[in-house]
Design a protein around this ligand. Structure first.
Ligand code: NAD
Length: 359
């Protein structure tokens, strides 16, 4: 079952996309085509462990480029498209929403239209098995009060330009399913963490700033609650949904790990206190570096996911608890300071001629 398919992954050089590509190459026998524009968030150094595998193929390009997308579909004939390419950082969407509208909305629209034309040309059985998997976020639901969980029926109520652009793309995907019978599945997932995450996001930012003796910024009172999911658990869930999910269905994915931001930060400090003997100068405990800063505008108070549907229908549940996942994550960053240094000095953006595969 599910043998030797071709999977087109968009955004496969990003944080979650690269975890998914590594999973597909290491755990399945599928061919993987990675279409990525390599924005600041795309990093081919996250894929060095699988880049020479003959089932892996990288294409540098933009999902908004319709002729390119048409060419890729025609040439590689994917059985599954797993669409992760996006602008993903909320703070950046507040500073400059343009790219978010372009990639998240128009890019998704381009892929949907290209998929519709591609599907019309496919033979019966290949057409029947085709899936367009749109990867989205729980942020489309807005924020929860102190109790309750987001289910697949929760109304959309996005707060930031990022979540509004993802909500718009979710609606487009559902409309293409309903109106044009495109066989889609959608997943809405909680906050991810783990190895290879770009250091603008909370957990790697805190780890790396602490090691350098820099302030650990906490928005507002730090009491915002997020549900944390270890990225490899997410990659497994995505594959389950892409291969076994019911066409037209949405699945929420969560880690059952609700934590206040301030507790995430103090957990990291406590771990680092016990792991690092020689602290940066003037520091006895990393917790001293915690610095409260002005809250983000429109900051949602709480997100939490009810992941019952994916558990009952597809048998998926996370393997990692926050306590086990955060230890692995911290250790990964301590062991991979070179990967982090290449991001901080910008050298990760230099791509070689081999990587520049335009087809
Ligand atoms: P990321 O920012 O780390 O990676 C995004 C990738 O998309 C990068 O490799 C980038 O180069 C690529 N990309 C951007 N614009 C592109 C374009 N126009 N054409 C082709 N490639 C382009 O993001 P991530 O954290 O890995 O998130 C992946 C997906 O999962 C996103 O759709 C995001 O909305 C969703 N998601 C993320 C989280 C999370 O916690 N990070 C949670 C739930 C859902």
């Amino acid at each position: 079952m599910h043998k030797d398919k071709t999977v087109l992954v968009t955004g496969g050089a990003g944080f979650i996309g690269s975890a998914l590509v590594r999973f597909l190459i290491n755990e399945t026998s599928h061919r993987v085509i990675n279409l990525d524009k390599l924005t600041y968030a795309g990093n081919l150094e996250s894929l060095t462990s699988i880049e020479s595998n003959e089932r892996y193929h990288f294409i540098l390009g933009d999902i908004c480029d319709r002729p390119l997308v048409d060419d890729i579909l025609k040439r590689y004939q994917p059985d599954i498209i797993m669409h992760l390419a996006a602008e993903s950082h909320v703070d950046r969407s507040i500073d400059g929403p343009d790219e978010f509208i372009q990639t998240n909305i128009l890019g998704t629209y381009t892929l949907l239209e290209a998929s519709r034309s591609y599907l019309a040309e496919l033979e019966g059985c290949k057409q029947q098995d085709f899936r367009f998997h749109h990867i989205s976020t729980d942020e489309v639901y807005g924020d929860l009060g102190e109790t309750g969980l987001f289910t697949e029926q929760s109304p959309y109520n996005p707060s930031s330009p990022y979540s509004a652009s993802k909500a718009a793309s979710d609606h487009l995907v559902r409309a293409w399913c309903r109106t044009f019978q495109l066989p889609v599945v959608i997943t809405n997932c909680s906050n991810n963490y783990g190895p290879f995450q770009f250091p603008e996001k909370l957990i790697p930012l805190v780890i790396l700033n602490a090691l350098e003796g820099k302030p650990l910024p906490v928005y507002g009172d730090g009491k915002q609650v997020r549900d944390w999911l270890y990225v490899d658990d997410h990659a497994r869930a995505l594959y389950k949904v892409a291969t076994d999910g019911k066409p037209g269905s949405t699945y929420n994915i969560g880690g059952y790990n609700e934590k206040q931001n301030i507790d995430v930060i103090t957990t990291i400090c406590d771990q680092l206190n016990s792991l690092i003997e020689s602290k940066p100068s003037g520091i006895e405990e990393f917790n001293q570096l915690i610095t409260y800063v002005k809250d983000r505008p429109g900051h949602d108070l709480r997100y939490a996911i009810d992941a019952t549907k994916i558990k009952n229908e597809l048998g998926w549940k996370p393997v990692e608890t926050f306590e086990s996942g955060i230890v692995k994550t911290i250790q990964w960053y301590l062991d991979n300071l070179e990967w982090c240094r290449h991001i901080r000095d910008g050298s990760y953006r230099k791509i070689s001629a081999n990587d520049n595969n335009q087809m």
